[in-house]
Design a protein around this ligand. Structure first.
Ligand code: SF4
Length: 420
């Protein structure tokens, strides 16, 4: 029996794609192996969003090929269609598989030449890695063309699954006992299936009978509607957590990034969201050192962080991505300055996250238990997406159980408590 091993780099979307790819391989008799050096087929699901993610494959792939010459290496994900990557890895990669074509992996490896494949790869029934939490992709691709981003080139334009197919998968997950469904797409807010928009879809999933949570990512500030905010607030299973990337705190930089909203719009949006759901936690993405970003413009990002008081932020140093509009601009903020800007934002984030977490002290929160350390301590997540550690005492707990935990201590990015 032939074996496969999948290495996934990057975002949740890539992890969900790998689950579909694994399912396709297993349906055709391949067996998963934990040994990446011994597998007959090694699939590398790549990410090109940041240079650091891209760099990982340049060391990894040649190393694996040298260790195991008979292993076929399949490269999929963001980098599968980049000409410069193809040139650089031509001696090591056997099959270049664009992400939208993973359903035809067997045609690519010449094992099912006459297979007729007409469906969208997102309709492949996945092999979920977790037994209680599942990524449920509702679409793929992006139409927004932010000037720094490779996604529209790597994944193509937006396509969405039908509401019927998504609801069927959600129903199936709930029947199997899943406790957390995470809806994912590059921009969930622009979901459309006939007359069903994303708010309608959330409402429909929320009405499935059962005890489970719904999360979703990622939202685009220009597309987040009042209807969606109201639906979130009114839906008891929808977690009160929002991932709303701002990317910059300065209008000129936002324009150069082609984000199509202003700082004022973003701040107003956060205000409306917090008015509707006071307990909500807010996560963002921000890039420092975009081409031409002056100190004054960066100070506007600092002010935004102070103003909004994020719970979490993924702050990245700008790195020019081939093929994007911003690639042509001079990358003129030094590495040292980018690092410095990142650490200044990080400092504010730590302060605001701690202030936000202090509000949990003494409160009892519902937690989804995720895993236990060897020492017996449990780790889980609150509905607001906070990591929490706790002891379960004599309780016979298992991963995927909901429990009530009284919060006794807080840090910037973690709560601690005892079962209540
Ligand atoms: S919205 Fe912008 S940053 Fe997000 S995937 Fe689309 S192009 Fe990339």
């Amino acid at each position: 029996m032939l074996t496969y091993h999948i290495i996934t780099i990057g975002c949740q979307m890539n992890y969900a794609d790998s689950e579909r790819l694994a399912s396709r391989l297993e349906q055709n008799g391949y067996k998963k192996t934990a040994d990446k050096y011994g597998a007959d087929f090694l699939v590398v699901n790549t990410c090109g969003v940041r240079q650091s993610a891209e760099n990982r494959i340049y060391g990894l792939i040649p190393k694996i090929k040298k260790e195991n010459l008979r292993s076929k290496i399949i490269l999929t994900g963001c980098l599968a269609e980049r000409k410069d990557v193809k040139r650089r890895l031509k001696d090591y990669v056997d099959i270049w598989l664009p992400i939208g074509k993973i359903q035809s992996v067997f045609r690519s490896i010449n094992e099912a030449e006459n297979e007729k494949i007409k469906y969208n790869y997102l309709e492949i029934k996945p092999n979920y890695e977790s037994k209680f939490s599942a990524f449920l992709p509702i679409g793929n691709g992006c139409d927004n063309f932010c000037s720094y981003c490779v996604v529209p080139y790597a994944r193509g334009r937006e396509t969405y699954r039908s509401a019927k197919a998504i609801l069927a998968e959600a129903n199936d997950l709930v029947k199997k006992g899943y406790k957390e469904i995470i809806l994912i797409a590059q921009n969930v807010n622009s979901y459309k299936s006939g007359k069903t928009d994303f708010a309608d879809l959330l409402k429909a999933i929320n009405s499935i009978k059962g005890d489970f949570w719904i999360r979703f990512l990622t939202s685009h500030p220009k597309d987040m509607s009042k209807k969606l905010i109201k639906t979130m607030a009114d839906s008891d299973k929808v977690c009160k957590q929002i991932y709303l990337p701002v990317q910059a705190g300065d209008d000129k930089i936002l324009k150069a990034m082609n984000r199509k909203y202003t700082v004022k719009h973003y701040e107003q949006l956060i205000k409306t969201i917090r008015q509707a759901m006071p307990e909500i936690s807010v996560t963002t993405d921000l890039i420092v050192g975009f081409p031409g970003e002056t100190k004054k413009q960066f100070n506007n990002s600092l002010n935004l962080f102070k103003q909004v008081k994020f719970d979490m932020a993924y702050i990245s140093e700008y790195s020019a991505r081939p093929g994007t509009a911003a690639f042509k601009l001079p990358d003129d903020v030094s590495r040292q300055e980018k690092k410095n800007r990142k650490s200044r934002l990080d400092k504010i984030l730590r302060q605001t996250a701690l202030i936000n977490n202090k509000k949990y002290l003494g409160k009892t929160v519902r937690v989804l238990a995720e895993n236990q350390s060897k020492a017996g301590e449990w780790f889980g997540k609150t509905a607001t997406g906070k990591d929490i550690r706790f002891l379960a005492g004599q309780l016979d707990l298992k991963a995927g159980d909901f429990v009530n935990v009284k919060v006794a201590g807080v840090r910037e990015f973690c709560l601690a408590g005892v079962l209540n």
